[in-house]
Write a protein that binds this ligand. Sequence first.
Ligand code: MN3
Length: 207
Amino acid sequence: MAFKLPALPYEYDALQPHIDKRTMKIHHTKHHNGYTTKLNAAIEGTKLKGKKIEEILKNASKHGAGVRNNGGGYYNHNMFWKVMSPKGGGQPKGKLAKAIDADFGSLDKMIAEFKAAAGTRFGSGWAWVCVSSRGKLFVTSTPNQDNPLMDCADKKGTPILCLDVWEHAYYLKYQNKRPDYVAAFFNVVDWSAVSKLYSKATAKKKK
Ligand code: MN3
């Protein structure tokens, strides 16, 4: 089975004014679609075909640039669309809220660390909140389309929140003002979706 571009769970204009319609449409139909198509082409006729994306990314450094870049692009955007919602913003609840307080001190401290990671990632890349192999939350960033599932990541973990800081994700609306885009992102973060990813990531660790 080839990888498929997932439909957005909301309309292209649903995240306005924080993320504009034109950016969302180009980002999904051109960029994400491109990564998906190129990933399928890169694994066609190889033993990677039919494997889960997480399995492929685990050994990303061994599969060559085509699989690493496009496999990362495919996975990262899948998660990115899911952790945003027009009903987003506010604060996390339940176990996730407790874990954030325990591991960062407060939500504000976690967000400050995330903003710093997103702001200081030079060039193109991503900012992440992840669950470590010991079940602790941490913030990190990755270059290009790398992600914390990859063997080549500086800090490895299971991602539960991500932000695309490539210029294609914000330039039309924010131009060079990346910090404004990063701040606006928190108005559309879907904490219930992040909580589900957190539960899944921590359940996995207990096995
Ligand atoms: Mn992108």
